[in-house]
Design a binder for this molecule. Structure first.
Ligand code: SIN
Length: 301
């Protein structure tokens, strides 16, 4: 069984003010829940500033009960910056190229979305020159079992690195590539189309610092992930692989991780500059569909 969700028919309040909603820190190493907020309403500047502050403080925001349209998701996302268009244009929501459909559903023999999105830990679009500031994922249809998303706090991961390991990553840079695991995923998944030359040209590997400084808070965070980080620049292959494996394992220790169990109409907004995430998957027989927007960030430093 799966739960299909439909937008509300209730009239939304005209304008949210700063204190209309509640921000509650989750009992987890990152994350806060926002209730009493309707993103379908206008937000005044103070309300928007409070959401922005909560995003910087908690890194993952769970906005409950958002009965909003794709257009409203796009409009809210745009308040944080320009939106990025995913290279797999096959899975854009029709009429809304800014939305990537994340779904395991196949209709008339064709997947309607990217069914294996996020099956390795990653930060969205870390493989482009200006990786994404944040992503918003809005539940459309949820499975009755499974389908959770895990989020790891990369500030904590950096802060808790053993001293010698922390010293050894200082000043290092690493390559990120969209293509790194693409063929392996394609071999076992019906959702990965063969990429055209134009798509391959769009995702040339990029080099970013292994430890980045958050451009808004100044805090340091580890910025590597098993999905897209291929090698540490300047290290022999075996040393690079060994160091990356240690960093990956440390990043996702249970004490750094929040498990999000989706509820109908949840919108989750995370900070890709200091969070990596993982889709845990659900049984193939159950339907799961979410709409994702990604906001362009800065070049990491
Ligand atoms: C993603 O990596 O953006 C998808 C996460 C999910 O489906 O839970």
């Amino acid at each position: 069984m799966s739960l299909a969700l439909s937008p509300s028919t209730q009239a939304a309040p005209t304008r949210h003010r700063r204190d209309d909603f509640v921000v509650r820190r989750l009992d987890a190493p990152l994350g806060a829940e926002l209730t009493g907020l309707d993103l379908g309403s206008a937000l005044d500047d103070a309300a928007f500033a409070r959401i922005h502050r909560a995003h910087l403080d908690h890194h993952v925001l769970v906005l409950r009960d958002q009965r909003i349209t794709p257009r409203q998701q796009i409009d809210f996302s745009r308040r944080f910056g320009p939106l990025q268009i995913h290279v797999l244009h096959q899975f854009q929501l029709p009429g809304h190229p800014e939305i990537l459909v994340v779904s395991n559903i196949v209709e008339n023999g064709r997947p309607i979305g990217l069914g294996d999105a996020g099956h390795y830990w990653h930060s969205d679009l870390s493989y482009v020159e200006k990786p994404s500031l944040g992503s918003m994922l809005h539940a459309q249809e949820l499975p009755s079992e499974g389908g959770d998303t895990l989020f790891a706090n990369m500030h904590l991961a950096y802060d808790t690195l053993p001293a010698a390991l922390k010293r050894s990553v200082e000043g290092l840079r690493a390559e990120h590539s969209y293509l790194c695991k693409y063929e392996a995923l394609r071999a076992r998944s019906p959702w990965r189309p063969r990429l055209s030359d134009a798509q391959i040209a769009q995702v040339k590997p990029q080099v970013h610092p292994v430890v980045r400084t958050h451009p808004e808070t100044g805090r340091k965070a580890l910025f590597v992930s098993e999905h897209f980080t291929t090698r540490i620049v300047g290290l022999p292959e075996d040393e690079s692989a060994d160091l990356l494996a240690r960093l990956f394992a440390h990043s996702v220790r249970p004490e750094h991780v929040y498990r999000h169990r989706w509820r109908p109409h949840d919108m989750v907004f995370w900070d890709n500059r200091c969070v990596i995430h993982l889709a845990t998957g659900c049984p193939d027989t159950l339907r799961r569909r979410l709409n994702r927007t990604t906001i362009e960030g800065d070049r990491p430093f």
